[in-house]
Write a protein of this length. Structure first.
Lengths: 96, 399
Protein backbone atom coordinates (compact mmCIF):
# COMPACT_ATOMS: atom_id res chain seq x y z
CA UNK A 1 0.00 0.00 0.00
CA UNK A 2 1.26 3.45 -0.85
CA UNK A 3 2.20 5.53 2.17
CA UNK A 4 1.85 8.79 0.28
CA UNK A 5 -0.56 11.08 2.12
CA UNK A 6 -1.73 14.11 0.17
CA UNK A 7 -2.66 17.10 2.34
CA UNK A 8 -3.12 19.77 -0.35
CA UNK A 9 -5.00 18.36 -3.31
CA UNK A 10 -4.66 21.45 -5.52
CA UNK A 11 -0.87 21.44 -5.43
CA UNK A 12 -0.16 17.77 -4.59
CA UNK A 13 1.61 18.60 -1.34
CA UNK A 14 2.18 15.51 0.77
CA UNK A 15 2.57 14.94 4.49
CA UNK A 16 6.23 14.12 3.82
CA UNK A 17 6.69 17.49 2.03
CA UNK A 18 5.32 19.32 5.07
CA UNK A 19 7.46 17.31 7.47
CA UNK A 20 10.52 18.06 5.34
CA UNK A 21 9.77 21.81 5.46
CA UNK A 22 9.47 21.70 9.26
CA UNK A 23 12.72 19.77 9.48
CA UNK A 24 14.41 22.65 7.60
CA UNK A 25 13.20 25.06 10.27
CA UNK A 26 10.12 26.39 8.45
CA UNK A 27 7.64 26.21 11.30
CA UNK A 28 5.26 29.09 10.51
CA UNK A 29 2.38 28.31 8.17
CA UNK A 30 3.39 31.28 6.00
CA UNK A 31 6.83 29.72 5.51
CA UNK A 32 5.46 26.23 4.91
CA UNK A 33 3.06 27.70 2.34
CA UNK A 34 5.92 29.32 0.47
CA UNK A 35 8.22 26.31 0.68
CA UNK A 36 5.72 23.62 -0.30
CA UNK A 37 3.18 25.65 -2.29
CA UNK A 38 0.28 24.34 -0.20
CA UNK A 39 -2.72 26.62 -0.24
CA UNK A 40 -1.72 28.41 -3.46
CA UNK A 41 -4.07 26.52 -5.79
CA UNK A 42 -7.72 27.10 -6.63
CA UNK A 43 -8.94 26.41 -3.06
CA UNK A 44 -6.43 28.86 -1.55
CA UNK A 45 -6.11 26.74 1.56
CA UNK A 46 -9.81 26.40 2.29
CA UNK A 47 -9.57 22.61 2.11
CA UNK A 48 -6.07 21.99 3.43
CA UNK A 49 -5.09 24.69 5.91
CA UNK A 50 -6.37 22.71 8.90
CA UNK A 51 -4.72 19.46 7.82
CA UNK A 52 -1.40 21.15 7.13
CA UNK A 53 -1.57 23.06 10.43
CA UNK A 54 -2.05 19.77 12.31
CA UNK A 55 0.87 18.20 10.44
CA UNK A 56 3.12 21.20 11.14
CA UNK A 57 2.11 21.21 14.81
CA UNK A 58 2.84 17.52 15.16
CA UNK A 59 6.16 17.73 13.34
CA UNK A 60 7.32 20.78 15.30
CA UNK A 61 5.96 19.72 18.67
CA UNK A 62 3.58 22.64 19.10
CA UNK A 63 -0.18 22.93 19.50
CA UNK A 64 -2.19 23.58 16.30
CA UNK A 65 -3.87 26.50 18.09
CA UNK A 66 -0.47 28.16 18.52
CA UNK A 67 -0.07 28.45 14.72
CA UNK A 68 -1.35 31.54 12.95
CA UNK A 69 -3.09 30.89 9.60
CA UNK A 70 -1.49 32.42 6.53
CA UNK A 71 -2.85 35.73 5.26
CA UNK A 72 -6.11 35.21 3.39
CA UNK A 73 -5.88 36.90 -0.02
CA UNK A 74 -8.75 38.25 -2.09
CA UNK A 75 -10.80 37.30 -4.02
CA UNK A 76 -12.85 35.16 -1.64
CA UNK A 77 -13.45 32.56 -4.36
CA UNK A 78 -11.73 32.21 -7.76
CA UNK A 79 -13.37 34.86 -9.93
CA UNK A 80 -13.39 35.22 -13.71
CA UNK A 81 -11.41 38.11 -15.18
CA UNK A 82 -14.42 38.98 -17.33
CA UNK A 83 -16.61 39.38 -14.24
CA UNK A 84 -14.03 41.58 -12.53
CA UNK A 85 -13.55 43.65 -15.70
CA UNK A 86 -17.29 44.31 -15.88
CA UNK A 87 -17.47 45.05 -12.14
CA UNK A 88 -14.90 47.77 -12.56
CA UNK A 89 -17.13 49.65 -14.98
CA UNK A 90 -20.36 49.47 -13.01
CA UNK A 91 -21.42 52.37 -10.87
CA UNK A 92 -22.87 50.87 -7.73
CA UNK A 93 -25.14 53.00 -5.61
CA UNK A 94 -25.37 52.07 -1.98
CA UNK A 95 -28.40 53.18 -0.05
CA UNK A 96 -27.59 54.87 3.25
CA UNK B 1 18.33 29.83 11.36
CA UNK B 2 18.16 28.34 14.82
CA UNK B 3 21.67 29.21 15.99
CA UNK B 4 21.93 31.77 18.77
CA UNK B 5 22.62 35.34 17.71
CA UNK B 6 26.35 36.03 18.09
CA UNK B 7 27.36 39.05 20.16
CA UNK B 8 29.80 40.33 17.61
CA UNK B 9 29.93 40.56 13.81
CA UNK B 10 32.29 42.12 11.33
CA UNK B 11 29.38 42.78 9.00
CA UNK B 12 25.71 42.96 9.97
CA UNK B 13 23.27 42.94 7.06
CA UNK B 14 19.80 44.29 7.83
CA UNK B 15 17.23 42.67 5.56
CA UNK B 16 17.18 39.00 4.52
CA UNK B 17 15.73 39.75 1.12
CA UNK B 18 17.54 38.68 -2.02
CA UNK B 19 19.92 41.67 -1.86
CA UNK B 20 20.99 41.18 1.75
CA UNK B 21 21.29 37.41 1.49
CA UNK B 22 23.26 37.59 -1.75
CA UNK B 23 25.68 40.19 -0.34
CA UNK B 24 26.21 37.99 2.75
CA UNK B 25 26.68 34.91 0.57
CA UNK B 26 29.25 36.55 -1.68
CA UNK B 27 31.19 37.99 1.27
CA UNK B 28 31.32 34.53 2.85
CA UNK B 29 32.29 32.97 -0.48
CA UNK B 30 35.26 35.37 -0.48
CA UNK B 31 36.33 33.91 2.83
CA UNK B 32 34.92 36.67 5.06
CA UNK B 33 33.69 35.46 8.43
CA UNK B 34 31.50 36.76 11.23
CA UNK B 35 28.64 37.85 9.01
CA UNK B 36 25.12 38.13 10.43
CA UNK B 37 21.91 38.79 8.47
CA UNK B 38 18.94 40.10 10.45
CA UNK B 39 15.34 40.22 9.30
CA UNK B 40 12.17 41.37 11.02
CA UNK B 41 10.12 38.55 9.47
CA UNK B 42 10.68 35.25 7.68
CA UNK B 43 12.37 34.68 4.32
CA UNK B 44 10.24 35.94 1.40
CA UNK B 45 7.99 38.07 3.63
CA UNK B 46 9.05 41.35 1.98
CA UNK B 47 9.36 42.55 -1.60
CA UNK B 48 11.66 39.65 -2.59
CA UNK B 49 8.74 37.34 -1.94
CA UNK B 50 6.11 39.57 -3.54
CA UNK B 51 7.46 40.44 -7.00
CA UNK B 52 6.53 39.02 -10.37
CA UNK B 53 9.84 37.25 -11.06
CA UNK B 54 10.71 39.10 -14.25
CA UNK B 55 14.39 39.09 -15.25
CA UNK B 56 14.95 41.28 -18.28
CA UNK B 57 17.75 43.08 -20.06
CA UNK B 58 15.62 45.58 -21.97
CA UNK B 59 16.43 48.88 -20.26
CA UNK B 60 16.97 52.44 -21.43
CA UNK B 61 20.35 53.06 -19.77
CA UNK B 62 23.58 51.29 -20.64
CA UNK B 63 24.36 50.69 -16.96
CA UNK B 64 21.16 48.70 -16.44
CA UNK B 65 21.39 46.82 -19.75
CA UNK B 66 24.93 45.66 -19.04
CA UNK B 67 24.28 44.83 -15.40
CA UNK B 68 21.20 42.80 -16.30
CA UNK B 69 23.11 40.92 -19.01
CA UNK B 70 25.45 39.82 -16.24
CA UNK B 71 22.62 39.17 -13.78
CA UNK B 72 20.61 36.96 -16.12
CA UNK B 73 23.67 34.77 -16.68
CA UNK B 74 24.01 34.36 -12.91
CA UNK B 75 20.31 33.41 -12.81
CA UNK B 76 20.80 30.91 -15.64
CA UNK B 77 23.50 29.09 -13.64
CA UNK B 78 21.91 29.54 -10.22
CA UNK B 79 20.11 26.19 -10.06
CA UNK B 80 23.25 24.29 -10.99
CA UNK B 81 25.57 26.22 -8.67
CA UNK B 82 23.28 26.50 -5.66
CA UNK B 83 21.50 23.17 -6.02
CA UNK B 84 17.96 24.57 -6.03
CA UNK B 85 15.35 24.78 -8.76
CA UNK B 86 14.43 28.41 -9.57
CA UNK B 87 11.90 27.56 -12.30
CA UNK B 88 13.61 29.85 -14.80
CA UNK B 89 12.06 30.10 -18.26
CA UNK B 90 13.61 32.16 -21.05
CA UNK B 91 10.58 33.06 -23.09
CA UNK B 92 11.69 36.63 -23.75
CA UNK B 93 9.96 39.94 -23.09
CA UNK B 94 7.56 41.50 -25.57
CA UNK B 95 6.94 45.24 -25.14
CA UNK B 96 3.98 46.86 -26.85
CA UNK B 97 3.46 50.58 -27.45
CA UNK B 98 0.24 52.42 -28.21
CA UNK B 99 1.64 55.86 -28.96
CA UNK B 100 4.24 57.18 -31.37
CA UNK B 101 6.22 58.69 -28.50
CA UNK B 102 6.48 55.34 -26.73
CA UNK B 103 7.37 53.62 -30.00
CA UNK B 104 10.25 56.06 -30.48
CA UNK B 105 11.47 55.31 -26.97
CA UNK B 106 11.45 51.60 -27.74
CA UNK B 107 13.40 52.21 -30.95
CA UNK B 108 15.99 54.24 -29.08
CA UNK B 109 16.28 51.49 -26.45
CA UNK B 110 16.69 48.80 -29.10
CA UNK B 111 19.59 50.75 -30.68
CA UNK B 112 21.30 50.97 -27.28
CA UNK B 113 20.60 47.31 -26.47
CA UNK B 114 21.96 46.15 -29.85
CA UNK B 115 25.12 48.15 -29.15
CA UNK B 116 25.41 46.05 -25.96
CA UNK B 117 25.05 42.87 -28.08
CA UNK B 118 21.51 42.17 -26.97
CA UNK B 119 19.37 40.62 -29.74
CA UNK B 120 16.33 42.87 -29.16
CA UNK B 121 14.38 43.77 -32.32
CA UNK B 122 11.51 46.01 -33.24
CA UNK B 123 8.97 43.54 -34.60
CA UNK B 124 5.80 44.03 -36.63
CA UNK B 125 2.41 43.54 -35.04
CA UNK B 126 2.03 40.47 -37.23
CA UNK B 127 5.15 39.04 -35.65
CA UNK B 128 3.85 39.95 -32.19
CA UNK B 129 0.61 38.07 -32.95
CA UNK B 130 2.64 35.11 -34.20
CA UNK B 131 4.43 35.08 -30.84
CA UNK B 132 1.22 35.50 -28.85
CA UNK B 133 -1.79 34.58 -31.02
CA UNK B 134 -4.21 35.57 -28.23
CA UNK B 135 -3.17 39.25 -28.48
CA UNK B 136 -5.77 41.78 -29.56
CA UNK B 137 -3.65 44.37 -31.33
CA UNK B 138 -6.33 46.45 -33.05
CA UNK B 139 -8.59 49.01 -31.40
CA UNK B 140 -11.99 47.48 -30.71
CA UNK B 141 -15.44 48.33 -29.42
CA UNK B 142 -14.86 46.34 -26.23
CA UNK B 143 -12.24 48.81 -25.13
CA UNK B 144 -9.45 46.84 -26.79
CA UNK B 145 -6.38 48.98 -27.32
CA UNK B 146 -4.56 49.29 -30.60
CA UNK B 147 -0.79 49.08 -30.75
CA UNK B 148 1.59 50.86 -33.08
CA UNK B 149 4.90 49.18 -32.25
CA UNK B 150 6.45 46.18 -30.53
CA UNK B 151 9.89 45.01 -29.55
CA UNK B 152 11.07 41.62 -28.44
CA UNK B 153 14.16 40.18 -26.84
CA UNK B 154 14.11 36.38 -26.77
CA UNK B 155 16.76 36.06 -24.05
CA UNK B 156 14.82 37.75 -21.22
CA UNK B 157 13.31 35.44 -18.62
CA UNK B 158 11.02 34.85 -15.70
CA UNK B 159 11.93 33.01 -12.51
CA UNK B 160 10.20 31.85 -9.36
CA UNK B 161 11.60 34.35 -6.81
CA UNK B 162 11.40 32.39 -3.55
CA UNK B 163 14.02 29.68 -4.27
CA UNK B 164 16.60 32.42 -4.86
CA UNK B 165 16.23 33.36 -1.19
CA UNK B 166 16.46 29.78 0.03
CA UNK B 167 19.40 29.11 -2.30
CA UNK B 168 21.40 32.15 -1.15
CA UNK B 169 20.45 31.51 2.50
CA UNK B 170 21.47 27.83 2.42
CA UNK B 171 24.75 28.56 0.66
CA UNK B 172 25.52 31.45 3.03
CA UNK B 173 24.77 29.36 6.12
CA UNK B 174 26.98 26.57 4.80
CA UNK B 175 29.79 29.13 4.70
CA UNK B 176 29.23 30.23 8.28
CA UNK B 177 26.80 33.15 7.90
CA UNK B 178 24.23 33.50 10.71
CA UNK B 179 20.73 34.34 9.45
CA UNK B 180 18.39 35.50 12.19
CA UNK B 181 14.76 35.83 11.10
CA UNK B 182 11.99 37.19 13.28
CA UNK B 183 14.54 39.66 14.62
CA UNK B 184 13.56 43.27 13.88
CA UNK B 185 16.29 45.81 14.64
CA UNK B 186 14.69 48.22 17.10
CA UNK B 187 17.68 50.44 17.88
CA UNK B 188 21.11 51.19 16.42
CA UNK B 189 23.62 52.95 18.66
CA UNK B 190 27.20 53.95 18.01
CA UNK B 191 29.90 52.73 20.33
CA UNK B 192 33.21 54.10 19.14
CA UNK B 193 33.52 52.98 15.53
CA UNK B 194 31.07 50.12 16.07
CA UNK B 195 27.33 49.84 15.75
CA UNK B 196 25.26 48.22 18.49
CA UNK B 197 22.07 46.69 17.09
CA UNK B 198 19.22 45.85 19.44
CA UNK B 199 16.86 43.03 18.47
CA UNK B 200 14.48 40.78 20.43
CA UNK B 201 16.96 37.94 19.76
CA UNK B 202 19.76 39.81 21.52
CA UNK B 203 22.25 42.59 20.99
CA UNK B 204 24.77 42.52 18.17
CA UNK B 205 27.88 44.69 17.91
CA UNK B 206 29.07 45.12 14.33
CA UNK B 207 31.94 46.91 12.67
CA UNK B 208 29.98 47.55 9.48
CA UNK B 209 26.24 47.65 8.82
CA UNK B 210 24.71 47.03 5.38
CA UNK B 211 21.15 48.26 5.10
CA UNK B 212 19.38 46.11 2.48
CA UNK B 213 15.90 46.59 3.84
CA UNK B 214 14.29 47.70 0.56
CA UNK B 215 11.34 50.01 1.11
CA UNK B 216 11.94 49.80 4.87
CA UNK B 217 15.46 51.23 4.49
CA UNK B 218 14.64 54.85 5.43
CA UNK B 219 13.19 53.55 8.69
CA UNK B 220 16.34 51.50 9.40
CA UNK B 221 18.64 54.44 8.58
CA UNK B 222 16.68 56.70 10.93
CA UNK B 223 17.49 54.35 13.81
CA UNK B 224 21.03 55.70 13.79
CA UNK B 225 20.30 59.23 12.65
CA UNK B 226 20.75 58.60 8.91
CA UNK B 227 18.48 60.00 6.22
CA UNK B 228 17.48 58.20 3.02
CA UNK B 229 15.32 59.88 0.38
CA UNK B 230 13.60 56.78 -1.07
CA UNK B 231 9.88 56.19 -0.55
CA UNK B 232 7.65 53.11 -0.57
CA UNK B 233 5.05 52.88 -3.35
CA UNK B 234 2.44 50.13 -3.15
CA UNK B 235 2.23 47.91 -6.24
CA UNK B 236 -0.24 45.09 -6.58
CA UNK B 237 -0.16 41.84 -8.46
CA UNK B 238 -2.43 38.88 -9.09
CA UNK B 239 -2.22 35.23 -9.97
CA UNK B 240 -4.75 33.15 -11.91
CA UNK B 241 -5.60 29.46 -11.85
CA UNK B 242 -2.99 27.37 -13.70
CA UNK B 243 -3.48 27.01 -17.47
CA UNK B 244 -1.91 24.86 -20.13
CA UNK B 245 1.32 26.55 -21.33
CA UNK B 246 0.35 29.07 -24.03
CA UNK B 247 2.14 32.33 -23.28
CA UNK B 248 5.79 32.31 -24.26
CA UNK B 249 7.08 35.81 -23.49
CA UNK B 250 6.37 38.19 -20.65
CA UNK B 251 4.09 40.77 -22.30
CA UNK B 252 4.28 44.37 -21.12
CA UNK B 253 2.50 47.53 -22.22
CA UNK B 254 4.54 50.71 -22.08
CA UNK B 255 1.72 53.18 -21.47
CA UNK B 256 -0.34 51.38 -18.84
CA UNK B 257 2.52 49.52 -17.20
CA UNK B 258 0.55 46.30 -17.49
CA UNK B 259 2.70 43.16 -17.48
CA UNK B 260 1.75 39.51 -17.55
CA UNK B 261 3.65 36.26 -17.82
CA UNK B 262 2.89 32.57 -17.44
CA UNK B 263 4.91 30.81 -14.78
CA UNK B 264 6.18 27.27 -15.15
CA UNK B 265 3.34 26.29 -12.81
CA UNK B 266 0.94 27.53 -15.47
CA UNK B 267 -0.48 30.51 -13.60
CA UNK B 268 -0.71 33.93 -15.20
CA UNK B 269 1.02 36.45 -12.96
CA UNK B 270 0.83 40.17 -13.59
CA UNK B 271 0.24 43.71 -12.47
CA UNK B 272 -0.51 47.19 -13.78
CA UNK B 273 0.37 50.77 -12.80
CA UNK B 274 -2.09 52.44 -10.48
CA UNK B 275 -2.20 56.17 -9.66
CA UNK B 276 0.34 56.83 -6.91
CA UNK B 277 -1.35 57.27 -3.54
CA UNK B 278 -0.54 60.17 -1.26
CA UNK B 279 1.68 58.82 1.49
CA UNK B 280 3.39 61.71 3.28
CA UNK B 281 4.37 59.54 6.25
CA UNK B 282 6.12 57.08 3.94
CA UNK B 283 4.37 54.06 5.41
CA UNK B 284 4.69 50.69 3.68
CA UNK B 285 1.19 49.55 2.68
CA UNK B 286 0.60 45.91 1.89
CA UNK B 287 -3.19 45.74 1.69
CA UNK B 288 -4.98 44.56 -1.46
CA UNK B 289 -7.52 46.74 -3.28
CA UNK B 290 -10.53 45.82 -5.40
CA UNK B 291 -9.65 48.78 -7.64
CA UNK B 292 -6.43 47.04 -8.67
CA UNK B 293 -8.26 43.79 -9.38
CA UNK B 294 -10.81 45.44 -11.66
CA UNK B 295 -8.21 47.67 -13.40
CA UNK B 296 -5.94 44.70 -14.07
CA UNK B 297 -8.86 42.52 -15.19
CA UNK B 298 -10.00 45.20 -17.68
CA UNK B 299 -6.46 45.55 -19.03
CA UNK B 300 -5.91 41.82 -19.39
CA UNK B 301 -9.24 41.10 -21.06
CA UNK B 302 -8.70 43.98 -23.49
CA UNK B 303 -5.22 42.66 -24.27
CA UNK B 304 -6.28 39.02 -24.63
CA UNK B 305 -10.07 38.73 -24.87
CA UNK B 306 -9.88 34.93 -24.56
CA UNK B 307 -8.81 35.34 -20.94
CA UNK B 308 -12.30 36.49 -19.91
CA UNK B 309 -13.19 33.12 -18.42
CA UNK B 310 -9.86 32.60 -16.64
CA UNK B 311 -10.20 32.85 -12.89
CA UNK B 312 -8.13 34.99 -10.55
CA UNK B 313 -7.20 33.02 -7.44
CA UNK B 314 -5.10 35.48 -5.48
CA UNK B 315 -3.94 39.08 -5.30
CA UNK B 316 -1.34 40.66 -3.06
CA UNK B 317 0.79 43.79 -2.74
CA UNK B 318 4.44 44.70 -2.31
CA UNK B 319 6.34 47.96 -2.09
CA UNK B 320 8.47 49.46 -4.84
CA UNK B 321 11.38 51.25 -3.15
CA UNK B 322 11.56 54.43 -5.21
CA UNK B 323 14.35 57.01 -5.07
CA UNK B 324 13.84 60.67 -6.10
CA UNK B 325 15.58 60.20 -9.47
CA UNK B 326 14.50 56.60 -10.04
CA UNK B 327 18.02 55.18 -9.75
CA UNK B 328 19.19 52.98 -6.87
CA UNK B 329 21.12 54.21 -3.84
CA UNK B 330 24.26 52.23 -3.02
CA UNK B 331 27.45 52.56 -1.00
CA UNK B 332 28.32 54.46 2.16
CA UNK B 333 25.71 56.74 3.71
CA UNK B 334 27.24 60.22 4.13
CA UNK B 335 27.90 61.21 7.74
CA UNK B 336 27.73 57.64 9.05
CA UNK B 337 31.11 55.95 8.53
CA UNK B 338 30.67 52.17 8.41
CA UNK B 339 26.98 52.32 7.42
CA UNK B 340 26.29 51.20 3.84
CA UNK B 341 23.07 51.02 1.86
CA UNK B 342 21.72 49.03 -1.08
CA UNK B 343 18.22 50.35 -1.70
CA UNK B 344 16.03 52.46 -4.00
CA UNK B 345 15.88 49.85 -6.75
CA UNK B 346 12.39 51.00 -7.77
CA UNK B 347 10.76 47.61 -8.35
CA UNK B 348 13.67 45.91 -10.07
CA UNK B 349 15.81 45.09 -7.05
CA UNK B 350 15.05 41.41 -7.29
CA UNK B 351 16.40 40.93 -10.80
CA UNK B 352 19.37 43.21 -10.15
CA UNK B 353 20.39 41.64 -6.85
CA UNK B 354 22.41 38.71 -8.22
CA UNK B 355 24.81 41.03 -10.04
CA UNK B 356 24.71 44.02 -7.69
CA UNK B 357 25.37 41.85 -4.64
CA UNK B 358 28.35 40.18 -6.28
CA UNK B 359 29.98 43.56 -7.01
CA UNK B 360 28.89 44.90 -3.63
CA UNK B 361 30.68 42.09 -1.80
CA UNK B 362 33.80 42.66 -3.92
CA UNK B 363 33.73 46.35 -2.96
CA UNK B 364 33.26 45.58 0.76
CA UNK B 365 36.14 43.14 0.43
CA UNK B 366 38.43 45.96 -0.70
CA UNK B 367 38.27 45.69 -4.48
CA UNK B 368 37.85 48.79 -6.68
CA UNK B 369 34.16 49.73 -6.81
CA UNK B 370 32.04 48.92 -9.87
CA UNK B 371 30.98 52.12 -11.73
CA UNK B 372 27.48 51.87 -10.28
CA UNK B 373 28.91 52.94 -6.92
CA UNK B 374 29.64 56.33 -8.53
CA UNK B 375 26.43 56.64 -10.57
CA UNK B 376 24.19 55.58 -7.70
CA UNK B 377 26.07 57.04 -4.72
CA UNK B 378 23.99 58.20 -1.79
CA UNK B 379 25.45 61.73 -1.61
CA UNK B 380 24.03 62.77 -5.01
CA UNK B 381 20.85 63.98 -3.30
CA UNK B 382 20.64 67.45 -1.83
CA UNK B 383 19.15 68.38 1.54
CA UNK B 384 15.66 67.01 1.94
CA UNK B 385 16.32 64.38 -0.71
CA UNK B 386 16.18 66.79 -3.66
CA UNK B 387 17.40 65.01 -6.77
CA UNK B 388 19.80 66.63 -9.22
CA UNK B 389 18.69 66.55 -12.86
CA UNK B 390 19.21 62.92 -13.81
CA UNK B 391 21.59 62.73 -16.74
CA UNK B 392 20.81 59.08 -17.27
CA UNK B 393 17.32 58.47 -16.01
CA UNK B 394 15.99 54.96 -16.44
CA UNK B 395 12.72 55.06 -18.36
CA UNK B 396 11.86 51.36 -18.37
CA UNK B 397 10.46 51.05 -14.88
CA UNK B 398 7.32 48.98 -15.36
CA UNK B 399 4.37 48.09 -13.19
Amino acid sequence: MSRKVILCRCEDVTLADVQHAVKLGRTELEEVKRYTGFGTGPCQGKECLREVACAVAEASGTEPAALAPFTARPPLVPTELGVLAAAGKARVKVRP
Amino acid sequence: MTAALPHRADVAVIGAGVMGLAIAYHLAARGRQRIVVLDAHYLAWGASGRNGGGVRQQWSTEMNVRLMQESIEICAHFAEEMGINVWMRRGGYLFLARTKAAAERLEKNVTLQNRCDLPTRMISLDEARALVPELETEPGPGGAVGFVAACYNPTDAIVFPWPFLWGYAQAAERRGVTIETGAPVTAIDRRGDDFVLTTPAGTLTAGRVICAAGAWSPRVARLCGGTLPDRPVRHEILSTEPLKPFLKPMVSLIESGLYVSQSLRGELVGGVSMPEESNAAGEVRLGSRLEFLTTMARGLVALMPRLGHVKVVRQWAGPYDVSPDGNPIVGPLPGLPGFYVACGFGGHGFMMAPVVARHYAAYLDGEPPHPFFTAWRADRFGPGGAAPPAADREEMIIG
